[in-house]
Write a protein that binds this ligand. Sequence first.
Ligand SMILES: Cc1cc2nc3c(=O)[nH]c(=O)nc-3n(C[C@H](O)[C@H](O)[C@H](O)COP(=O)(O)OP(=O)(O)OC[C@H]3O[C@@H](n4cnc5c(N)ncnc54)[C@H](O)[C@@H]3O)c2cc1C
Length: 431
Amino acid sequence: MEPSPATRVTCCIAGCGPAGAVLGLLLARAGVDVLVLEKHGDFLRDFRGDTLHPSTLRLFDELGLADQLLDVPHQEAQVLGVTTDAGDFTLADFRRLPGRYRFLAFMPQWDFLDFVVGQARQLPSFELRMEAEALGVLEEGGRVTGLTWRDRAGAVHQVRARLTVAADGRDSGLRRVAGLPRREFGVPIDVLWFRLPRRPTDAPQSFGRLAAGHLLVLIDRGAYWQIAYLIPKDAVDELHQAGLGRLRDSVAELVPFLADRVGELRSWEDVRTLRVQVDRLRRWFRPGLLCIGDAAHAMSPIGGVGINLAVHDAVAAANLLVRPLRDGTLATRHLARVQLRRLLPTVVIQLGQRTIQDRFLSPLLAGRVPAKGPLVLRALRHYPVLQGVPARLVGLGVLPEHVRTPAAAAAPAPAPAATPTWAGGRPASGS
Ligand SMILES: Cc1cc2nc3c(=O)[nH]c(=O)nc-3n(C[C@H](O)[C@H](O)[C@H](O)COP(=O)(O)OP(=O)(O)OC[C@H]3O[C@@H](n4cnc5c(N)ncnc54)[C@H](O)[C@@H]3O)c2cc1C
């Protein structure tokens, strides 16, 4: 089918996950016209991760939206604990953090995205198209000048944009067609995700359960527990062969209060496998194209940092790109600055995750746990002040961003949509 004539926007974003939605909101708020394309019809998909960290809540505070965001039903955890055969330990104490937000907020990702998109839709320069799948990039003279996308009826369209952003997640098709090189890191774990009902007599909040050969994380979602069950890499087939009963028995043994309801896991359909992957693009950009969020760096689930990194990428991109997007001077050096700004947090956190995976989780899944509990947990118990360190690393991260983009009302008028820089899809000042 022939593509329909191209539409033009200043920025086109592929993917409306946390990275794409927040970037769309910030650009539109600053008066940049932005089109976000999302291939799904809604945000109600599989469990994707729920944690909003204090640094992310602070960003919404800076936007004046934190109170409204926290009106969306969620659970809060001030302390993260781990139960072992040697007793209970505190892993991180968020009450030791500075500032107003001294807790993790667990909010279903679809509710978070609905909230962000709901705010963005109030802005005249924001447009979101659902069931719109980005297919490939448009190029002129080595520069990405937009993308092609398919609507729900199968019709193919073109969008021309000063900037195209790939925020299409860890299996990003755009970064692949754009030929951006990727570095993959070995990962020794995969994760099974499932949910079981939660009762008032259960543990009062989210916690981890650690035993020789096993680690479970139970996330309090109000009416149910969202449970992560760690397994060695690629062990899922073996587990399937052993049968679902083996998984049910293991969960009941590790968390006895769940024994009366593990039968609710009726088939493997109720259990999703997350094949954990950790990777990073060597270059996050090409002239006219920028990758952010999981498309630039897939994170391990350790610490539940993926959403937060994606949101901070979006804030950094908006901070650095609003001005050149508005005045038509966007050049490749501006895109390079986004990578430069976000590389250190990404590298540090991935390094930390890989160290925990290799030094702690691999021995644990192989059954090697000291009878008195892991040394690090004992140290945290002995010196409670240290419980602020993981809280800081997880809750605030490295180089947290601040919103520096203006709201459109306070900003100078945006450049006219059709400036000479658009002629032939080439910018006035390029790469
Ligand atoms: C099972 C699981 C559990 C997780 N747990 C946590 C957690 O507890 N805490 C945490 O912080 N992180 C967690 N994560 C990671 C977190 O979900 C991601 O890091 C985060 O969502 C990344 O945001 P993103 O916007 O970069 O990408 P994504 O959230 O992957 O969003 C990409 C979007 O692009 C869309 N898309 C894809 N291809 C196209 C296309 N061609 N055209 C248009 N749209 C497209 C997708 O539908 C999606 O909406 C978890 C991930 C998984 C899978």
